[in-house]
Design a protein around this ligand. Structure first.
Ligand code: PLP
Length: 381
């Protein structure tokens, strides 16, 4: 009973707090915990190490991703940066070339300075991944769909190559969330998230997660989390727990809106290309359909001129011109300048992150309102 994803999303790890019956898990706004005596503990000593509200969040995300261990961090980047502390100087990672810009920046600056080497490939092409594996390769790191051009990578195929070569498969599942896609079930070893996006869902809190099932890696990561201290605070943990409860209904509505808008945008004379994996003519449509129960609510599209980009960004009134994604408010971003500004121009061009590409995170507003807003804005009248 109660094992469907919708119910698990609402109930989370605890369903209610045992001690008081509180339906909303309490905020333990507390830095330290009293010891009953020498060598005695309540299970909580100091909140950098462990805090009940954070623990509830960690166990809830682990439950939804069907992993044994969840770790919550102050941001998605903190989660990814902490995870990469499991690697050492001399290790090599194969990663998707069309990554979230912040991850690309972390890998090519901070991680690189620590001696970790990366090869970026089009991970939707499995042969490209296989060709890039070297004797010091330790992991394959993918996003699917990619950001912002929405390419789909076959997770099961990547896992197969990973297992064959004794590599970890890591999936950034931010765009899909466990409501639509559960990479650990498909065989991946580690899932990371920006909880700031769909999981929190309200554009009001930063958060990040790592979920995995391997005992040894979990032990390492617990030490890293405790030692670096990039944890999420009790109040922010609660905000994410609160947002999480409506994940299923938000994702359903956002996806429904996105499908409608993607189709209609494709018919508009001012729009050139629409990238949405839920369109049957999208190259990743079949794989997306197999490995996920939905296509998400991120759409990218190109207009015909740079002036039309400026028109849209200046004239939208329902959609907001702002970085980020996944919240109830529809947001539009200009990847070439914003999220992917730190990706070199040549790579951007190769990936199709052109000067006329825009990325739309579809919210829960009325779908006609969102569509009409973009159509009126592009004209720049
Ligand atoms: C936003 C984002 C991140 C980084 O998360 P923050 O919470 O902003 O630090 C990582 N991966 C993806 C796919 C993202 O969209």
């Amino acid at each position: 009973m109660g094992n469907s994803i919708e119910t698990k999303i609402v109930h989370g790890n605890s369903y209610f707090e045992e001690r008081t019956g509180a339906v909303s898990y309490p905020i333990y706004q507390c830095a330290t915990f009293r010891h009953p005596g020498l060598h005695e503990t309540t299970g909580y000593d100091y909140s950098r190490q462990n805090n009940p509200t954070r623990e509830e969040l960690e166990k809830s995300i682990a439950l939804l991703e069907e992993g044994k261990y969840g770790f919550a961090f102050s941001t998605g980047m903190a989660a990814i940066a902490n995870l990469f502390e499991i690697f050492s100087s001399g290790d090599h990672i194969v990663a998707t070339d069309d990554l979230y810009g912040g991850s690309y920046r972390l890998f090519t600056t901070i991680c690189k300075n620590h001696g970790i080497e990366f090869t970026f490939v089009d991970s939707s092409d499995i042969i490209e991944i296989e060709k890039s594996i070297k004797s010091n390769t330790k992991a394959i790191y993918i996003e699917t769909p990619t950001n912002p051009t929405m390419k789909i990578t076959d997770i099961k195929k990547v896992v197969k190559i990973g297992k064959k070569n004794n590599l970890l498969t890591i999936v950034d599942n931010t765009f899909m969330t466990p409501f639509f896609q559960r990479p650990l079930i498909l065989g991946a070893d580690i899932v990371v998230h920006s909880g700031t996006k769909y999981i929190g869902g309200h554009n009001d809190t930063l958060a990040g997660f790592v979920v995995l099932s391997d005992d040894k890696i979990a032990e390492k990561l617990r030490l890293i989390q405790k030692s670096t201290g990039a944890v999420i605070g009790p109040f922010d943990s609660w905000l994410i727990l609160r947002g999480l409860k409506t994940l299923a209904v938000r994702m359903e509505r956002q996806e429904k809106n996105a499908k409608y808008i993607a189709e209609k945008l494709g018919e508009n004379e001012n729009i050139e290309n629409v990238y949405y994996p839920g369109l049957e003519n999208h190259s990743g449509y079949e794989i997306a359909k197999q490995q996920a129960t939905g296509f998400g609510a991120m759409i990218s599209f190109t207009v015909k001129t740079k002036q039309q980009v400026e028109n849209i960004l200046k004239n939208v009134k329902v959609v907001m011109f702002a970085e980020s994604l996944g919240g109830v408010e529809s947001l539009i971003t200009y990847p070439a300048v914003q999220t992917h500004g730190d990706v070199p121009v040549e790579l951007r061009e190769k990936l199709g992150i052109t000067e006329t590409l825009l990325r739309l995170s579809v919210g829960i507003e009325n779908c006609e309102d969102i569509l009409n807003d973009i159509i009126q804005a592009v004209k720049g009248e």
